[in-house]
Design a protein around this ligand. Structure first.
Ligand code: ATP
Length: 352
């Protein structure tokens, strides 16, 4: 089911929580809403579910406008952060709950509950009560309860945030598998960038009720629209720079710490100021002819598979770097030359 959101605005009293948000979510897409706490993600999900009505704008499922349509007539399934299972009902009864209000025959109910429990691989647990289940199992039941109604749109509100780190990784794989199997259009809210990068077909990064960027994970990570998106989706080092020459295919930039070469970019002209960004993992150890920085090692953090460094460029300017599979022992206070490949630079216009 395609979901179109057009100029959606929502206020709570004087507070503008969503400011003219527009999105076009494709049929069968696994779409993420990502942003810091309070940016309006849950409010947008609740508007899709029909728990809130917008002040302005429209929500369209397929070609059907949803404004004024109550939640139980929207055919959405929702999964909450805290599972929201009924403690006094069995797993099977919890899953069947969504069907009770839909008046299906008891034979069909039984079959659909079994089907939904099979999708989440919980067939053997139908007679248990929620307090006899682990957190991950409870979240599977909550997913089954959302799936049993065969929703057109699945709405997931931080579904993994109550699970420990290991279980969260396992459930990520489960959500990927269930989505591949059911192909239900899914809108998934999270503030965990790794969760969205690893699962999303596309994601929207939100800030204070506004969508800052929509794109597939690789595009948003490697070509963020602005500094907020770049920093929310991953760590970034920034240097302020000026364009000093443009030739076909390349640009020369001057920074306080040396000159840089970057791929040509139509957004920039000679004389223009800009931000040059690069991720810690884009920092390569050792010198190079271009894009080279002379640093002093300020902090070292050995983590086994990687080593993290804080490197001083000069008074008050520090960058972060990550070295994969570190062999050499690098000492605090030692000089270290590093470089960044031109294709790993993030170039951004200076925001006014
Ligand atoms: P989180 O990740 O913390 O859940 P969020 O991005 O989902 O954050 P929302 O829950 O959508 O954010 O809230 C957005 C803003 O709207 C917040 O400032 C919040 O305090 C406010 N808000 C949310 N629900 C209501 C409500 N029912 N009445 C008044 N204000 C609300």
């Amino acid at each position: 089911m395609r979901v179109k959101i057009q100029n959606l605005t929502k206020r709570f009293g004087e507070t503008l929580v969503l400011n003219s948000v527009s999105l076009d979510i494709a049929d069968q897409e696994l779409f993420f809403l990502l942003g810091p706490s309070g940016c309006g993600k849950t409010t947008l999900l609740r508007l899709l579910a029909g728990f809130y009505q917008p002040d302005e704008g429209e929500i369209i499922f397929g070609d059907k406008p949803m404004n004024g349509v109550p939640p139980h007539e929207r055919n959405t399934g929702m999964v909450f952060q805290n599972y929201a299972l009924w403690p006094h009902m069995t797993v099977a009864e919890n899953v069947a709950y969504g069907l009770d209000v839909r008046h299906v025959t008891s034979a069909e109910k039984k079959q659909r509950v079994a089907e939904a429990l099979a999708i989440v691989q919980m067939e053997a647990y139908g007679e248990r009560t929620p307090n006899q289940l682990s957190g991950g199992q409870q979240q599977r039941v909550a997913l089954a309860r959302a799936l049993v109604v065969r929703p057109d749109v699945l709405l997931l509100d931080e579904p993994l945030s109550n699970l420990d780190a290991k279980l969260r990784l396992e459930m990520r794989e489960e959500i990927r598998r269930i989505h591949a199997q059911t192909r239900i259009t899914t809108v998934y809210v999270t503030h965990d960038q790794k969760e969205s990068l690893s699962l999303a077909d596309r994601l929207a990064v939100m800030r204070a009720g506004v969508i800052e960027q929509v794109g597939d994970p690789r595009t948003v990570y490697r070509a963020p629209a602005n500094r907020f998106v770049a920093e929310f989706i991953g760590e970034t080092n920034w240097l302020s720079a000026e364009v000093i020459a443009c030739a076909s295919g390349a640009m020369a930039l001057r920074t306080e710490f040396g000159s840089f070469h970057a791929p040509a970019d139509v957004r920039f002209r000679v004389g223009q100021k800009l931000w040059v960004g690069f991720r810690p993992e884009a920092v390569q150890m050792g010198p190079a002819e271009t894009n080279c920085l002379a640093t002093t090692i300020r902090q070292v953090n050995y983590l086994g598979e990687v080593e993290q460094y804080q490197l001083d460029l000069g008074p008050g300017t520090t960058i972060k770097a990550i070295e994969q599979n570190p062999l050499e022992i690098r000492r605090l206070g030692a000089p270290l030359k590093v470089h960044v490949r031109p294709q790993d630079l993030l170039l951004l216009q200076v925001e006014r």
